[in-house]
Design a protein. Structure first.
Length: 227
């Protein structure tokens, strides 16, 4: 599967799975007109579009060139790394559950008292995706979000849990979506056929009678402030 197709699968299948998380965070922070928001690892820009729809001024950073190109197709300002387009920002989001290497570069662009949003998976027993991924699952420590906040000198200011089910029209879509997210891969990354076969088998318990696939997951977010 080419990088372009993987990016398309992300935008068309997988990216929407975290919409409940995006909306819950925006509601809590009252994102709206006047909010200057920087989205780290912004993917194809869906989270930025939702914030812009609330009236926020948004900028994104996305290291993957395929996803970044798709964000730009949506007329979003997206670069490879954080930039000072609308500094100082009021909110910096890091929704990617596997951490965000650009956080250190983004913090100097955030105003004093501004909010940093960190997100991650909930407990494995509350995430069906953990069972599907098996040994490929990368569980985070229980206090990983708080530890990240403290490491960067941020002050925790509330947290929450959000139900984010991964729902797919069929098994093929589920496989494509999970692969596009980089959540699963065989030891040899060139062995795409083996990865697809293993994922298809692992998804079998979650396939409904109508062929749809439903993976209930719980995500957690932490809001931290720049002192």
């Amino acid at each position: 599967m080419t990088p372009t197709l993987v990016a398309r699968d992300w935008a068309e299948i997988q990216e929407r799975m975290l919409v409940p998380l995006y909306e819950a965070v925006y509601d809590r922070l009252e994102v709206g007109p006047g909010t200057r928001l920087l989205g780290l690892d912004c993917g194809a820009g869906l989270a930025l579009l939702l914030a812009a729809g609330r009236g926020a001024r948004v900028t994104g950073a996305e290291p993957d060139p395929g996803r970044r190109a798709l964000a730009r197709e949506r007329a979003l300002a997206a670069d490879a790394a954080p930039r000072a387009a609308d500094r100082p920002y009021d909110v910096v989001t890091a929704f990617a559950p596997d951490g965000c290497p650009d956080l250190a570069a983004a913090l100097p662009l955030l105003r004093r008292g501004g909010a940093v949003v960190l997100a991650g998976w909930g407990p494995p027993e509350r995430c069906a995706t953990a069972a599907v991924l098996g040994e490929a699952w990368r569980p985070a420590a229980r206090d990983a979000l708080e530890n990240t906040a403290h490491r960067f000198g941020l002050v925790p200011d509330g947290s929450g849990r959000v139900f984010c089910p991964f729902g797919y029209a069929d098994t093929e879509s589920a496989v494509r979506g999970l692969l596009s997210a980089g959540l699963y891969g065989p030891a040899d990354p060139t062995d795409a056929d083996q990865a697809e076969k293993e994922l298809t088998e692992a998804l079998h318990p979650y396939v409904h009678a109508d062929g749809t696939v439903w993976l209930p997951n719980l995500f957690r977010y932490l809001i931290a402030r720049v002192p």
